[in-house]
Design a protein around this ligand. Structure first.
Ligand code: NOJ
Length: 733
């Protein structure tokens, strides 16, 4: 996000003409609230229902009589900076009030959760990250930007780039997984896709990188919970993706709900002013998460709303999402000298700068023609990108006996209620999909002309119908069982202690296996599942996640071999839930887990992931040979030969890892440093090269300083974090 001198002057001029009320208004975001005897935001109403403060009946009654309040009077009075709404005509109407009826005509910045696509819903982020395809990350973001902008949304609450290593946390679904390097490349690509095509106002939005910071480290995987860690851990694992996003010019950041080492991120001056705005150079603004300023009272860091608002403003929180606390208390705080005017001016300058950069002053409206164009349906190239993204995001975990791909001659019994549910394909945080665009696995398979019969048998919820399972087995050459989680089982407020397949699905799989017919298991889920039993018992497992609107097409294409799976896991999968958190790049211990008793292990479960980070098979096979590492002045030049040793064309994701053998701080056993996608025809061999800057072998110490230390480094290259060739190199800097 870069402003011209002229644009900067425009912002300063506007700022100089604003009253204190108008300035504070720019720091206020409103979500549509429900009125009708109940003046609370919709999100809170849902919470009240969930936590039992109101009954289902009362909720129903309120919803039936309520109308949405878009705060038109406050917008008119210049007291609202931003709203959240995805109705394009409503957005035009609200902009009209802001631009034509407020004193200074400052347009609204319209935010929305466009996390993995808008109407074109792409795979959930943990799945898309399995493609290790930076160009794809960027393309899907660019398309999401265009679609949202055509609906009057100019600010996407994405990308979510929280490193997440504990699969109990439901929000692992929303981000790119456990690795800081993959997370950083994902972040960069998403920012480029959302923001960089400024050739037309229709093509870009402001990104909102979230949740700053360490939200993924919430204790025990419990959402909204406390986080506690050393500064080196923060700097090396949780900050890199944010640093990458800032380097790429991310316009805004959303602070996380959690406290970090005792200070909630919402009021954490060190994190907001010190690191984010100071060290990492955020040019735009920071917004709180929903209701988070008020939650500082619950955290016990603020005495009341007023105190929370003052602390947040002083810490550098520029915009309040949804509490009115700034609106209600900041004016008095400024007048009493508790909050200096320069704090307010800084926040407003940042917010106005983003609005100017978005071109909202030139054109705040969505043309009616653009709205109508989307009402006609999704353009073909949007559907094509949804299919491509879904195709690249699947991970073939196991394929014993080469059961996959299936032949079109085989009689397929398709089993599992998830297989026939077009509403479940999008996963968590998809809010603009239309049923007519969504393809279930059943519909996808049927559309190929394959010989497929469907037997629901049961799913993640409810009873299993074993009689129906008998019929499915009797009828089949091969059984394709779709099992996993509903979309509501991951995402926000969806932490779990037991992450094995829910309901009776294991029993169902076991029953199907006993038939003696080949069973292909397709997983549809929003988090790594505990797959110890499945990895042992099931011959074939295709991890398909929640792949977005064209899930059915992509899964059918993979099952029938029209595409060859190439995804690699962006997160490690445990054998049992109690192993969480399990991740490949863990710090070296004094007693690495092994078969010996007095090592870092469990008595009753493996110490390693059952499917590690980076794992993923193909319908062809690949062989690596001749890893070489050559030192130049600034870089390590690394080369390896990769051959397609199978009978199909395929794409391998080649992964480069390193290990710092002895350092002044305990370092991870392995760290991903680079990756690339290589497509080879059968028998083809190619040299794959990486140039690794030597300075990237350093790390942050506990003072937040980056250091690169002399000594031995191991270099690993291979097709997963576990299966690699290895070389050593000794460096002095
Ligand atoms: C809460 C979530 O934590 C955040 O990710 C989301 O963007 C906001 N609410 C707005 O919906």
């Amino acid at each position: 996000m870069k402003l011209t001198q002229e644009q900067k002057k425009f912002v300063e001029d506007l700022l100089s003409r604003m009253t204190l009320d108008e300035k504070i208004g720019q720091m206020n975001q409103e979500s549509p609230s429900i009125v009708g005897g109940f003046d609370v935001p919709f999100s809170e109403l849902i919470e009240m229902l969930t936590d039992g403060r109101i009954s289902q009946e009362e909720f129903g009654r309120l919803m039936a009589t309520a109308k949405q309040d878009f705060h038109e009077d406050d917008i008119r009075a210049g007291l609202v900076s931003s709203v959240m709404c995805n109705d394009p005509r409503q957005n035009n109407a609200l902009q009209k009030i802001a631009v034509e009826e407020s004193r200074l005509g400052i347009p609204l910045i319209v935010g929305f959760d466009v996390i993995h696509g808008f109407r074109s819903v792409f795979p959930i982020a943990i799945a898309e990250a399995c493609s290790f395809d930076d160009a794809l990350f960027e393309d899907t973001a660019r398309m999401a930007a265009k679609e949202s902008r055509a609906h009057g949304i100019n600010w996407n609450f994405a990308p979510m780039i929280d490193a997440a290593r504990d699969a109990r946390w439901g929000r692992v679904s929303e981000g790119p997984g456990e690795d800081p390097l993959l997370g950083s490349r994902f972040a960069r690509a998403k920012i480029r896709g959302l923001q960089n095509d400024t050739s037309s106002l229709k093509n870009y939005v402001a990104a909102c990188t979230k949740h700053y910071v360490a939200y993924g480290a919430c204790e025990g995987g419990r959402d909204y919970n406390t986080t506690s860690m050393s500064d080196s851990q923060l700097y090396n694992v949780y900050l890199p993706a944010f640093r990458a996003a800032m380097e790429e010019g991310a316009a805004t950041v959303m602070a996380a709900f959690n406290d970090l080492n005792g200070i909630p991120c919402t009021v954490n001056e060190w994190l907001l002013r010190g690191i984010l705005k100071g060290e990492m150079g955020l040019e735009g603004f920071v917004v709180s998460d929903a209701n988070a300023i008020r939650e500082c009272v619950n955290h016990g860091i603020a005495a009341d709303d007023r105190d929370a608002g003052i602390q947040a403003a002083l810490a550098g929180m520029d915009m309040d999402m949804g509490t009115h606390i700034y609106k209600d208390y900041l004016k008095e705080a400024v007048q009493k000298g508790v909050v200096p005017m320069k704090v307010i001016d800084e926040a407003v300058r940042r917010i106005l700068s983003v609005k100017v950069w978005l071109g909202l002053f030139e054109n705040p409206y969505v043309p009616e023609a653009d709205i109508e164009a989307y009402e006609k349906g999704l353009p073909a190239e949007h559907i094509a990108l949804c299919k491509k993204a879904a195709g690249e995001s699947m991970v073939l975990l196991k394929n014993e006996g080469g059961v996959l791909p299936l032949s079109r001659k085989q009689k397929i019994s398709l089993v599992g209620t998830l297989a026939d549910n077009a509403e479940e394909v999008c996963g968590a945080w998809a809010m603009a999909w239309k049923k007519e665009d969504c393809v279930s696995i059943r519909a996808g398979l049927e559309a190929t002309g394959a010989d497929v019969s469907y037997y629901p048998c049961g799913g993640p919820e409810g009873e299993i119908d074993f009689d129906e399972a008998d019929r499915a087995c009797a009828d089949a050459d091969v059984i394709v069982a779709v099992v996993g989680e509903t979309d509501a089982m991951s995402g926000e407020a969806s932490s779990k202690t037991d992450i094995t397949l829910p309901g009776g699905q294991r029993e169902l799989l076991s029953y199907l296996l006993n038939s003696g017919k080949p069973v292909v298991t397709v997983l549809m889920n929003g988090r790594p599942l505990a797959l110890g039993w499945e990895a042992e018992a099931l011959p074939v497992i295709l991890e398909a996640w929640h792949l977005g609107i064209r899930m059915g097409d992509a899964v059918a294409a993979a099952l029938l071999g029209d595409i060859t799976p190439s995804g690699k896991l962006s997160s490690s999968f445990p054998a049992v839930s109690g192993q969480c958190p399990v991740y490949y790049n863990h710090p070296s211990t004094g007693r690495p887990g092994s078969k010996s008793k007095f090592t870092s292990r469990y008595l009753d479960a493996p110490w390693e992931a059952v499917f590690p980070f980076g794992h993923g098979l193909s319908y062809t096979s690949f062989a690596y040979r001749d890893l070489s590492v050559r030192e130049t002045e600034d870089n390590l030049e690394i080369s390896v030969y990769l051959k397609n040793t199978g009978e199909r064309e395929g794409t391998e994701i080649v992964q480069l890892y390193t290990r710092d053998v002895a350092a002044s701080l305990v370092r991870p056993v392995k760290e991903l440093k680079d990756y690339c996608r290589v497509s080879l025809t059968p028998g083809e061999e190619r040299e794959v090269r990486f140039t690794l800057p030597k300075k990237s072998l350093g790390f942050y110490n506990n003072d937040g300083c980056y250091c690169v230390e002399d000594g031995e480094f191991r270099v690993f290259v291979g097709g997963s974090s576990k299966d690699t060739l290895e070389q050593s190199v000794t460096l002095s800097f």
